[in-house]
Design a binder for this molecule. Structure first.
Ligand code: NDP
Length: 327
């Protein structure tokens, strides 16, 4: 059997953590033959609840689980980590200004960046789920001087999956027939779900739907889906977020299928006019544990405006955390 892969999950006692850990332990992320060592990081006040999750994970008797440990010390939790899923974050509280939110999270993600730098495995792959995810990834990367910034990514796969599901529902086609949908920009309401390159059973998606549906229904529905789930379910979209985190990492490790891509927020290399270094969502292909931004796509005027608006928001978040001294 292959050597166990060490997977560190932060915010392990939270809702997403609860949905995520069992999927990882079952082999959904790394495959049915790869043993996993699960390191659960929590803040001290939630460590006991995380221990409770460990009891349940034990009781699943998952054959792939090679270790289960709870930590409240980031340096210990990330020691030897091959994969880090940074889920825990400070939610926006009542009366909290954006600067307060950015600074509370800056405190968390700078510490975690340094802890990763100290002890993570040389092949570490990091995915940030906790919001504001793109900027949290930027902060963590900037505090991990010896780890290439490209190993720090943020999750937009949930937005991608939501967009695929909406397009499938609209066209009556199975989700499996949809390829090359892309999420650009920030994991926020300003994101741009782009179907201009997408195909449905090989047919260009734009020939199957109206432009008015794209701009008035599809884009707002995908961007506001989190709020829709909260309104209908009475709780946030934890299970679908966990599923997307599994998919984000599964695809990064195992590769995207031929003829398709995924969406990931990654440090920009300047592609598509996105300022270098900003952690922004792009269509990416993955292979052999590496990813590459899909090159050479034609960007329509409509797409350009949408991408620029979301990137402007990322720039203002970066400016705010720079001013706070968090980078
Ligand atoms: P959740 O598990 O529901 O959410 C965790 C984070 O994921 C939040 O930042 C949330 O953002 C974000 N998120 C991203 N996409 C989605 C989505 N589609 N739906 C819902 N959330 C999404 O939060 P809980 O409050 O249940 O749990 C958080 C846990 O993290 C707590 O147990 C806390 O103790 C822990 N924590 C751990 C830290 C650490 O390990 N050092 C640091 C800080 C917290 P949003 O707020 O926008 O919903």
């Amino acid at each position: 059997a292959p050597a166990p892969v060490t997977v560190t999950v932060t915010g392990a006692a939270g809702q997403i953590g609860y949905a995520l850990l069992f999927r990882i332990a079952s082999g959904a992320m790394l495959g049915p033959d790869v043993p996993v060592k699960l390191n659960l990081l929590e803040v001290p006040q939630a460590a006991k609840a995380a221990e409770g999750t460990v009891l349940e994970l034990m009781d699943c008797a998952f054959p792939l689980v090679a270790g289960l440990e709870v930590f409240d010390d980031p340096t210990k939790a990330f020691d030897g980590a091959n994969i880090a899923l940074l889920v825990g974050a400070r939610p926006r509280g009542p009366g909290m200004e954006r600067a307060d939110l950015l600074s509370a999270n800056g405190g968390i993600f700078s510490v975690q960046g340094r802890a990763l730098n100290e002890g993570a495995a040389s092949d570490v792959k990091v995915a940030v789920v906790g919001n504001p995810a793109n900027t949290n990834a930027l902060i963590a990367a900037s505090h991990a001087r010896d780890i290439p910034a490209q190993r720090f990514t943020a999750m937009t796969r949930l937005d991608h999956d939501r967009a695929v599901a909406q397009l499938a529902a609209k066209t009556g086609a199975p989700v499996s027939s949809i390829s090359k949908l892309a999420i650009w920009g920030n994991h926020s309401a300003s994101q741009y779900p782009d179907i201009t390159h997408a195909t449905v059973g090989g047919t260009p998606a734009t020939s199957l739907v109206e432009q008015s549906w794209i701009s008035e229904e599809f884009i707002p529905r995908v961007a506001q889906r989190g709020a829709e789930i909260i309104a209908v379910r009475g709780g946030s979209s934890a299970a679908s977020a966990a599923n997307a985190a599994v998919e984000h990492m599964r695809l990064w490790v195992q590769g995207t299928p031929a003829g398709d891509w995924t969406s990931m927020a990654v440090p920009s290399d300047g592609s598509y006019g996105v300022q270098e270094g900003l952690v922004s969502s792009f269509p990416v292909t993955t292979s052999g544990g590496d990813y590459a931004i899909v090159p050479g796509l034609n960007i329509s005027d409509f797409s350009r405006t949408r991408i620029d608006a979301s990137v402007a928001e990322l720039l203002s978040e970066r400016d705010a955390v720079t001013e706070l001294g968090l980078l």
